[in-house]
Ligand binder design. Sequence first.
Ligand code: AMP
Ligand code: GLY
Length: 426
Amino acid sequence: MKVLVIGSGGREHALVWKLKQSKKVDKIFCAPGNAGIGQIAKCVNIKPDDSKALIDFVSRNKVHLTVVGPENPLADGIADDFKKRKLKIFGPGKKAAMLESSKIFAKEFMRKYHIPTAAYKAFQTSAEAIGFCKSVEYPVVIKADGLAAGKGAIVVKNLEQAEAAINKMMVKRAFGKAGAKILIESFLVGQEVSIMAITDGKTILPLLPSQDHKQAYDEDQGPNTGGMGAYCPTPFTTEEVMEQIWEHILLRTLNGLKADGISYRGCLYAGLMLTPQGPKVIEYNCRFGDPETQAVLPLLKTDLFELMMSVTKQKLSSFTQLVWHEGSAACVVMASRGYPGKYATGVQIMGLPSKPEAGSFIFHSGTTKKNQKIVTAGGRVLCVMGMDKDLRSSLSRTYRTIRKIKFEGAFYRKDIGFKANKPVDI
Ligand code: AMP
Ligand code: GLY
């Protein structure tokens, strides 16, 4: 069977790598891919948002399954375009993708279906938003309604900071039309956990829980990024917590989608805060997380291709459960100096092993080939993964590999997993 993966990051490299392990898959394409993906799949130079060109490619090459990595094509309705032409695609349609592309839509959905989340209020004008901020208890979180590449949430500690954030979003339009509407929500305290679940709209199967590290620097300092590293599973998601997540979040979300007549076939990601009052949803994503995918998929034993095909046919119930490897997996992102702000590209990467040690893998994020050399092409450059019997050993394996790789301006967090080593404080 032939598969096309859309996207060019570490998440897509992990998807390609995992799909390739299926005996049923004999050819994988990636549009547009990167230097690492090019070593295990055929990269095709089509942009992820060019739905027409992707449909042409899939039809001409008789691709059996298309898997969408990033959120933008889903928010634009690529899955609806494919479905109209009876082409199999893993990823939700435009309406379902609004759970990610409009935070106000997601909040209204959660309110309607009693899904626990932070208290909030939505605003269409900056004057009303600032007026509201005069009487709130700080901190609060100010969020752009639309897609802002992970940068649209700002935690503010006083009125002055709130005004600055509101002006940035609504007046200066720092995130374009994504900031035309905003919401202000109460600040939640606890451990953050990412739950990715596979659903065909009838059945939902959670993957193992993971924890991302959003801030750029050690001990959660510095600006928010797309994610600097992750590990799986987490010690905070005890059986009891998982039961609450299942009952109060996953099932209610699935039933809410059904009740609203919204079809969802793909990965539903719930970013959660484990608060003293129980797990609450911080955000939904309508796709796999990056870098969570690079830490979760290596532990999955179940055939990912079969799983995804069953979703497109709405036959996910044929899987009663997912099968996992024992142990733990971790991944650490190597980024370019300056990320998440401005950074250089075209910098040569040295020390990439031709064959990483067993239990370890180097997923490429922003890389490309230039004059037969692999060079940087993005803020997040590589995502090094290690798996082993427990978190400590998987992290040692990851950092052992990462220390061999060098490029000018490279930086990475040295404390991935640090919260797991602290006593559980929820
Ligand atoms: P979002 O764009 O909604 O995923 O928010 C980005 C990050 O901001 C989250 O991963 C959290 O670390 C933080 N955040 C967002 N909303 C809240 C909240 N209500 N309380 C505390 N932290 C939050
Ligand atoms: N790592 C967070 C995300 O994928 O949105």
